[in-house]
Design a binder for this molecule. Structure first.
Ligand SMILES: NC(=O)c1ccc[n+]([C@@H]2O[C@H](COP(=O)([O-])OP(=O)(O)OC[C@H]3O[C@@H](n4cnc5c(N)ncnc54)[C@H](O)[C@@H]3O)[C@@H](O)[C@H]2O)c1
Length: 259
């Protein structure tokens, strides 16, 4: 078993989801103590029970990343339970709906921005003093290929993920001097709930055809697996990534490399 995160405390938001759960487990298997955060209390319990059964040190907190009091509470609890914070992964996110701009619902737009953008801001706002108190650490924000390119029908998701990269760059420019590295990861579609929901939005009459087209559109002819994204997240959090700061790293099978 790896000891790369021995002595470290990692917070992962959206930990009950596809990418979050695998990322959470990778941190634990590297020796970190984990604070797992999600709005979905039941999913969170399934994850934390499994990790605890396997002998890992885990604290599960039901919280809304878009609420400043919730994120302040998460950091406070991490300090009380584990003595501090070294790593923050802002992974919680929602896709919104698939709809042309002219009929995109205002409330859905606001919700996507609140969770995907304000949630990342609040995570960093509350965790930075705690990470700084440990002498530095790492923050990884989940953007997307949708943060560097546009797709018809998902204006809120596109806007939110471009904003995640902007927040990442601003934070990296500020925090490099105090030893906190901040990076974004940009996955192509990942097998799981979110892309299945988007496929249904893109082609309600034939979601399987939307999947086939999505997979064929990737140079590697498939979607990513959650592990392939988590591998990059935990790499960026670890000591081998010591000079990586302010990057937006693709994990996309070459999707954004082609026209
Ligand atoms: N799945 C993909 O194809 C894909 C591609 C690129 C980027 N991403 C990004 O990766 C991240 C994780 O995606 P995923 O595929 O694991 O999705 P998912 O839906 O499986 O997981 C997201 C998790 O976030 C939680 N969540 C939602 N709103 C929350 C809130 N307000 N507070 C706390 N938790 C909340 C959900 O309960 C869920 O457990 C997201 O930011 C997503 O935008 C996903």
């Amino acid at each position: 078993m790896s000891t790369v995160f021995e002595g470290k405390v990692a917070i992962v938001t959206g930990a009950a989801g596809e990418i979050g759960a695998v990322t959470a487990r990778q941190f634990c298997e590297g020796g970190a103590r984990l604070v797992a955060v999600d709005l979905d209390g039941r999913g969170l319990t399934t994850l934390t029970d499994a990790l605890t059964r396997d002998g890992h040190d885990v604290l599960g907190l039901t919280a809304d990343v878009s609420a400043t009091a919730d994120m302040a509470h998460v950091v406070d609890q991490a300090r009380r339970a584990f003595g501090g914070v070294d790593i923050l992964v802002n992974n919680a996110g929602v896709e919104g709906v698939v709809e042309p701009i002219e009929s995109y619902p205002d409330d859905v737009f606001d919700r996507v921005m609140a969770i995907n953008v304000k949630g990342v801001f609040l995570g960093m706002k509350h965790a930075v003093p705690a990470i700084q108190a440990r002498g530095g650490g790492a923050i990884i924000n989940l953007a997307s290929v949708a943060g560097v390119s546009g797709s018809a029908g998902v204006c809120a998701y596109n806007a939110s993920k471009h904003a995640v990269i902007g927040l990442t760059r601003s934070a990296a420019a500020q925090l490099g001097a105090v030893g906190i590295r901040v990076n974004a990861v940009c996955p192509a579609p990942v097998t799981g709930r979110m892309i299945t929901s988007l496929e249904t939005g893109f082609m309600p009459e034939d979601p399987a055809a939307a999947r086939a087209a999505g997979e064929a559109n990737n140079p590697m002819q498939r979607y990513a697996q959650p592990e392939e994204v988590a591998n990059l997240v935990t790499y960026l959090a670890g000591p081998t990534a010591s000079f990586l700061n302010g990057g937006a790293y693709m994990v996309d099978g070459g999707l954004t490399a082609k026209l």
